[in-house]
Design a protein around this ligand. Structure first.
Ligand SMILES: *Cc1c(COP(=O)(O)O)cnc(C)c1O
Length: 402
């Protein structure tokens, strides 16, 4: 073995021993509530309880056809970065539509939500600043913080007392407290936490941010199209003001690709000039920008699909409770079913797959060791029969594992 192969094999072996080694699954059908998976035993039909495509927009004929027409009109790729030749009419229309959907002054799009977080945090903060980050924030937020080189304080998950304590104590790299010297502050949090399905308390966070003179940034990746009566996100859900910076993705409920930031005009103009993951990369394909815009308009015109998703979540949580499982009524479309042990969770997930239910085991390092769980995510297109069947099988299989 070469030095490289030896290094890789040792690292992989240690992952296998900790049961954290991962393999890619192969889906041979489009993403929808029912899918076909390829595995060792051949092809298998499954109810999919693992998708981020919450509203199942990827399969709506008129939306697919509109995207196909956009390819015919605009071609397959954008040909350049947004600041060179890549900026086309669909990009402009998409950003206007996002601003409208989010009820903000303006918006900017990025290649992915990951790039939106990395580019925005590293543009807004420098090594003299202080960032306050929820302990369960998404990896792309963590990477953005690292790239900014700001001093970072991690507060306990959704623990606002801990956040206030850190705001009072924190110092930047030069030992300066907030409001003294050059230190500026940013609080950053997921809106919907991707492994627990719980929400950030936007009204309280806004209050704390204002009182301390720091900025608030929320990441609405799992909130856009999901939270609030018409899927506009946390501000709609709480009836509150917006955060200073709202990040989101077009790859989940919107069923396309791309990330965005929505906020004040000046923030967006600043990011267009400063965010490196916006500047030094090719613009998204104009057909994708067109489709994302068209899908967002569809959500605006069909708030009933958001409400169907929400009633499915309520139905599923109640069904799990009826079959004896201790699950919370989550406000999002992510339902965690706690197991604890890593290996048992894997067994549970693989037994359920044999029963025709695809529901992933989430384990270390995605969640802390000993907090392994099944993570169900729901779609508007699941039927009550799908959800009742899945809830019964999950409870049965878990009981049989002891
Ligand atoms: C999925 C996700 C992202 C990344 O979005 P992509 O468009 O898939 O890159 C960022 N933040 C959170 C909280 C997410 O769940």
């Amino acid at each position: 073995m070469s030095i490289l192969e030896n290094f890789a094999e040792n690292a992989l072996q240690s992952m296998r021993e900790k049961h954290i080694y991962r393999k890619l699954r192969l889906m041979v059908s489009p993403e929808s509530a029912h899918v076909q998976m390829a595995n060792e035993d051949g092809l298998k039909e499954n109810i999919l309880l693992a998708s981020n495509s919450y509203l199942d927009l990827a399969n709506i004929f008129e939306l697919k056809q509109a995207m196909a027409n956009a390819v015919l009109e605009w071609g397959t790729g954008s040909g350049g970065a947004r600041l060179t030749t890549g900026n086309k009419t669909p990009h402009l229309e998409l950003e206007n539509e996002i601003a409208k959907f989010k009820n903000e002054e303006a918006a900017i799009t990025f290649g992915t939500g990951y790039m939106a977080n990395v580019g925005t945090i590293s543009a807004l903060c420098t090594k003299n600043d202080i960032i306050f980050s929820d302990a369960l924030n998404h990896a792309s937020i963590i990477d953005g913080i690292r790239l900014s080189r700001a001093k970072c304080y991690v507060y306990k998950h959704n623990d606002l007392e801990d956040l206030k304590r850190l705001l009072a104590e924190a110092v930047n790299a030069n030992g300066e407290k907030l409001g003294t010297g050059s230190a500026r502050g940013l609080i950053v949090t997921d809106a919907v936490f991707s492994m627990d399905g719980d929400l950030a308390n936007l009204p309280e966070l806004l209050k704390i941010a204002h009182e301390n003179g720091v900025l608030l940034m929320i990441d609405e990746a799992h909130a856009t199209g999901v939270i609030g009566k018409t899927g506009r996100g946390l501000a709609e859900y709480y009836g509150s003001e917006h955060a200073d910076v709202t990040v989101g993705t077009l790859s989940k409920a919107v069923a396309c690709e791309g990330g965005f930031v929505a906020g004040k005009k000046l923030l967006i103009e600043f990011l267009k000039n400063k965010a490196r993951s916006f500047i030094f990369t090719t613009a998204m394909s104009p057909a994708v920008a067109f489709a994302a815009c068209n899908n967002l308009r569809y959500i605006e015109n069909h708030p009933d699909c958001v409400q169907k998703l929400q009633s499915n979540v309520k139905f599923f949580c109640e069904a799990l409770q009826k079959f004896g499982l201790d699950v919370p009524q989550v406000p999002s479309a992510i339902v965690p079913i706690m197991v604890g042990d890593e290996e048992k969770t894997l067994q549970l997930s693989s037994k359920l797959e044999k029963e025709g239910i695809l529901i992933p085991a989430i384990r270390y390092p995605t969640v802390p060791e000993g907090c392994a769980r099944l993570r169900a995510s729901l779609m508007a297109s699941h039927t009550e029969e799908d959800l009742e069947f899945a809830a019964r099988k999950i409870a049965e299989t878990l009981r049989n594992l002891g």
